[in-house]
Ligand binder design. Structure first.
Ligand SMILES: [Zn+2]
Length: 264
């Protein structure tokens, strides 16, 4: 019974993730980071993490009737679960116990525990793994700072970030890392054959940081968040020193101004 459920999960997991398609509702999101998008939107539905969260739910329910037996032979549920965890940033410390390095999260299936809470732990660690995959990519924005020196990963407010993304197409573009600055476009757009900044009277290279946070000709001077995930993507981090709503409204203005300058 359990093995059948595991195999079913494995079949789902090995098929292409439901979040692998490109978002095209606005017609402008063409280069979103699949890993940023998965981290923000995929925790409850991405097939890769569904596999592990279903398994931890099965184990937690089993545990109510008997102690779990560690059988790490190929094809066993424990083996499948352990393999998945090890390939997603977890380290096994004992039978049915794992630690997650980036987040400090722990799983201990030797004692009774709430299945939902454990599934939440698995999803949260999986989001960190997604961000690590983004960092391992060759994208120009791969230098995330959320794990440095203790990091602020655990302070990311995923719900508030999803709400921001849902507010308009510019916000969703920002959240998924699909913003193209003039510098990133490299002057290859016929309507904007230049890499220069979009603001009037500025001829400097139009990198995202320049356009949003450094240009002396920008129309508004909003304080820049210390967290890269906020200054670049508008993600919400709890206990920030900046007014994130103000930052988000400014980033939307930047995104829309880039679209206006480059495509109209
Ligand atoms: Zn400028």
């Amino acid at each position: 019974m359990v093995v059948d459920q595991v195999r079913s999960c494995q079949r789902q997991s090995s098929s292409k993730g439901s979040c692998s398609g490109r978002v095209s509702s606005s017609g402008r999101i063409r280069a979103a980071s699949p890993w940023l998008r998965a981290a923000v939107f995929g925790g409850g539905m991405h097939l890769d993490v569904l596999f592990a969260s279903q398994l931890v739910g099965i184990f937690s329910r089993l545990q109510r009737s008997r102690d779990l037996v560690w059988l790490d032979s190929a094809g066993s549920p424990a083996h499948a679960f352990n393999s998945w965890l090890l390939s997603h940033g977890w380290t096994r410390t004992a039978e049915w116990k794992w630690n997650h390095g980036d987040t400090g999260l722990r799983l201990d299936l030797t004692t009774a525990g709430d299945a939902g809470q454990r599934q939440h732990v698995v999803r949260d660690a999986w989001r960190a793994w997604c961000l690590r995959r983004h960092m391992a990519s060759d994208r120009r924005d791969n230098q995330l700072d959320c794990f440095d020196g203790g990091g602020y990963f655990r302070r990311i407010d995923w719900n508030a970030t999803r709400l921001f993304a849902a507010s308009c197409s510019a916000a969703r573009t920002l959240v998924c890392g699909a913003t193209f600055s003039p510098a990133a476009l490299g002057g290859r757009v016929a309507t904007y054959p230049s890499t220069a900044c979009i603001w009037d009277n500025c001829t400097e290279l139009g990198t995202f940081d320049h356009v949003a946070w450094e240009c002396v000709h920008r129309p508004r001077f909003v304080p820049k968040p210390a967290e890269f995930l906020s200054s670049r993507y508008g993600w919400v981090v709890t206990n920030q020193s900046v007014d994130i709503a103000l930052v988000q409204s400014w980033l939307i203005e930047v995104q829309q101004s880039i679209w206006t300058a480059v495509y109209q």
